[in-house]
Design a protein around this ligand. Structure first.
Ligand SMILES: [Ca+2]
Ligand SMILES: [Ca+2]
Length: 278
């Protein structure tokens, strides 16, 4: 990994707020020569409010790694501090010396948290002596799905301005906000614009594999793909003014296909069936 120098926070970027720079030229045991400088330098603060880092970043699940070493004190209890990530306390009364097992020993601490407000904040507050940090790494490891409908928050925020699906603006997964006959969920998976009728994925190739009578029902079986929805339609005549009518609910595709049913479709005159992929 390439480590960047400490820097003050600026809008749209990342960095520290308050605290001071420290340097202790001790050799850290068990790390390579090129990493010595990383552990020998620190940001620290003895003020009650501590100091913090902010990262302006996309919504997501983040892994935060803290690099620490006690380079100054030699006895347990001489430095104790707390750490908060996004306001959640992740370390209470951390004593680096005790946790690492001695002075000048590296300590790596890893945490996972969600970012839903486009900014990751890591706060250090002292309990005894200074709070301090030598290295801080954050990386996105996943998307946030606040309403568990298959569309991540960042995508809905980008197109609809809010994280949760809403009926009012047709932003739910199964909705078709732009009326291009492709659901928002499928537009997400396809990388197309859910608000543009001219931006839509190419429909998948599929086929009706069987039409069967079951009692008074007609069952239409077709091959399907996941992330696509399938609608059975029926017409009583072909061509002319005959209209296609939706039969039954829009069904989610599966790896093994679908059987779509027209209840009582076997009764009466001949009928015609087709399946639309959306
Ligand atoms: Ca659509
Ligand atoms: Ca579209």
């Amino acid at each position: 990994a390439t480590w960047l120098s400490d820097r003050p926070y600026s809008l749209g970027g990342f960095g520290y707020s308050t605290g001071a720079v420290g340097y202790v030229a001790n050799t850290i045991t068990g790390i390579c020569a090129s990493a010595q400088s990383l552990y020998q330098r620190e940001r620290y603060s003895a003020s009650a409010g501590g100091f913090y880092y902010q990262f302006d970043c996309p919504e997501g699940i983040y892994e935060t790694t803290l690099l620490e070493a006690e380079t100054y004190w030699s006895t347990v209890g001489q430095r104790v501090f707390n750490v908060f990530i996004q306001g959640r306390q992740v370390l209470t009364n951390l004593d680096i010396l005790a946790r690492a097992g001695g002075k000048n020993l590296p300590l790596t601490l890893v945490f996972t948290n969600a970012v839903t407000n486009a900014q990751l904040q890591v706060l250090f507050t002292p309990v005894v002596d200074n709070a301090r940090i030598s290295g801080l790494q954050v990386r996105k490891i996943g998307d946030v799905f606040s309403d568990a409908d298959g569309i991540p928050d960042w995508w809905r925020l980008a197109y609809f301005g809010h994280a949760l699906g809403q009926v009012g603006d047709n932003s739910r997964a199964a909705d078709d906000a732009d009326g291009d006959a492709v659901s928002n969920l499928t537009e997400f998976f396809s990388g197309t614009d859910p608000l543009s009728i001219s931006s839509r994925p190419t429909a998948p190739v599929f086929s009706i594999t069987q039409v069967a009578v079951a009692g008074t029902d007609v069952e239409v079986t077709c091959s399907t793909l996941t992330n696509w929805n399938y609608q059975l339609q029926r017409a009583d005549a072909l061509g002319g003014t005959s209209a296609w009518t939706n039969i039954g609910a829009l069904m989610s595709g599966t790896p093994t296909g679908l059987t779509l049913t027209d209840p009582a479709g076997a009764a009466g005159t001949a009928k015609f069936y087709r399946v639309q992929a959306r």
